[in-house]
Design a protein around this ligand. Structure first.
Ligand code: PLP
Length: 294
């Protein structure tokens, strides 16, 4: 891909801004953009494998849910926008970040005019095809459990991620890769993932509510468990129960399902990847394969 003076632009540098595809360093937004000033914006992260969006419809539906919830109206064809961006970046295995803010006003004010034009930004970055390398290549992680200090509308994928960022840093400082959040004694989800545990062959996950994000991967796991006749229950999970589980997993679009092998320094079961995790991961591989080739 070549820029104005015939200079080669690295493929990943093509971004979408307000209806245009352009080099990342040419994309500019107003300092009065409400996304910048107030975090008055929402986002999505969507994996593409070999140029095809994985669970694209579900991601677009969640994007529309977030937009409706904060009353931003647009008639954008999201699928077209995303496909054009991915093509401009050479296809392949990419994760697309898409952000919609309420737009820029003329001055900083908490109140907004309903007729603002939303700012739409999207960019890509290369990702590993998690499924291609198989279950053996997936490494389990350590996690910590810490207080869930977020607001109570976590079903909206809002860009105000300060609590998530701080707990993730706390996890890293403890040598862990994810922070699992707890509110009023009940586990909610990870800083950027949903939570699952296994007890005597039954899968458990926190109930769907506005206290957690309706994860696209979470929904898919519920569906795959159902198809295989594995019971999967949505319940309140307490800390002590998690520590004595047979398996703990987290799920997200760019990481699929990841086994959690220790929590707060305590091993989960024998500290190895579990049997049900492996079974579910293999189901994922089959599904992804069907999507890419079928
Ligand atoms: N929960 C939170 C707070 C997240 O940020 C994410 C993903 O980023 C998830 C759950 C998993 O959602 P999905 O499977 O749709 O990626």
């Amino acid at each position: 891909m070549f820029g104005a003076k015939g200079i080669k632009i690295p493929a990943m540098d093509i971004v979408h801004l307000n209806g245009q595809l352009l080099a990342a360093d040419k994309a500019k937004i107003s300092v009065f953009d409400r996304g910048f000033l107030f975090g008055d914006s929402i986002y999505e992260v969507i994996p593409f494998y070999q140029g095809k969006g994985f669970r694209l419809i579900e991601h677009i539906q969640r994007l529309e849910h977030s937009l409706r919830a904060i009353q931003i109206r647009t008639d954008i064809d999201w699928q077209l926008l995303l496909d054009n961006l991915v093509t401009a970046n050479g296809g392949g295995n990419l994760s697309v970040y898409l952000q919609v803010s309420r737009g820029a006003s003329e001055e900083r004010s908490h109140q907004y005019d309903a007729d603002l034009t939303p700012t739409v930004f999207a960019c890509c970055k290369p990702i590993k095809d998690i499924y291609a390398d198989g279950a053996d290549s997936v490494e389990g992680i350590a996690a910590i459990v810490t207080a869930d200090l977020r607001w109570r509308r976590c079903d909206i994928k809002a860009t105000g991620l300060l609590p998530n960022i701080l707990v993730l840093q706390q996890a890293r400082q403890a040598g862990a890769a994810e922070a699992i959040l707890i509110r009023d004694g009940i586990l909610t989800e990870g800083a950027s993932s949903n939570l699952f545990m296994v007890e005597n062959g039954v899968i458990y996950t926190p109930k769907s509510s506005s206290e957690i994000l309706g994860g696209v991967t979470r929904e898919l796991l519920l569906q795959l468990a159902d198809e295989q006749g594995i019971p999967c229950l949505q319940v309140d999970i307490e800390y002590s129960r998690l520590l004595t589980a047979d398996e703990v997993w987290i799920s997200s679009s760019t990481r699929a399902i990841v086994p959690v092998l220790s929590i707060d320094g305590q091993k989960i079961a024998d500290g190895n990847k579990g049997r049900l995790w492996q079974q579910m991961f293999e189901r994922f591989i089959q599904l992804q394969h069907r999507m890419m080739h079928g």
